[in-house]
Write a new protein. Sequence first.
Length: 303
Amino acid sequence: MADLSVRIAGVEFPNPVIAASGTYGNGECYTELYPLSRLGGVSCKGMTIEPKMGNVPPRIAETPSGILNSVGLQNIGVHGFVEYYLPTLKEEGNVIIANVAGAVLDDYIAAAEVLDASDVDMIELNISCPNVKAGGATWGVTKEGAAAVTHAVRKATKKPLIVKLTPNVTDITEIARAVEAEGADSISLINTLLGMRIDINSRRPILHNNVGGLSGPAVFPVAVRMVWQCYKAVHIPIIGMGGISTWEDAVEMILAGASAVQIGTAIFKDPYSPLKVIDGLSEYMDKNGIRSVSELVGQVKPW
Ligand SMILES: Cc1cc2nc3c(=O)[nH]c(=O)nc-3n(C[C@H](O)[C@H](O)[C@H](O)COP(=O)(O)O)c2cc1C
């Protein structure tokens, strides 16, 4: 039998399939369907130091092969997460990843300090949020912004740190290198691509926020390309995501350079999709005599 376990930043995952932040809540809706321990890990709903109501609806719009969302980080706050969700997650799941967002550096630092003192296994830094002091531009769209937030959080925690990159940039590799230089233990990508839909009758944008993040199968080739570029640019392990819905997609993402994958939007269509990906990957490895996932990572043969 193939060994599906992977090690990222010193953390052992029993398999390389992780539920993506914002698409799995904090696991609470899925424990009735299957044990969380079937997954390699769970990246929890993005959390902020204070609770947030999120954006005004409509916050979801369907698109061909994907969805646009502008949920706006609705969450109960880091303290609420640690108190209400984390104990069950730790009891029932494998690797528990806290996904952290903030509007100013102090928010990120405060959240990281709370989590540092908690039982979470890893912190995933969402740098796709607006930097309020920089006029609302996203932290992760410049190497300076990405470096600043990584630097601040690195100082605030000893937990293994994954920095999650936004694809809404010209050169993803310069951002990846900047966060690696500031002490990120791993990078994950991609977050959603900024998009917009308009209702032609009302002439209003479908999302109340006007714009939102595109995810799902539509973004998969963009994600594969960016993971491949980052694999060649950094030495830290990569967690690949963006549009994965089948085990074949997961293998493709691993060949591009991902050491593990996250599955998001596909879970809305089929909550069992992460389990199907795990089984399919295992069979593929067995059939091809591959003993360890690491034998596949980055093994694409470019022309
Ligand atoms: C409804 C929704 C909410 C999301 N919330 C978060 C979040 O809180 N933090 C985060 O880092 N990413 C968030 N994401 C992005 C996903 O984690 C993932 O990066 C992205 O959707 C691409 O993967 P997918 O195509 O498999 O969904 C969200 C995505 C969706 C669809």
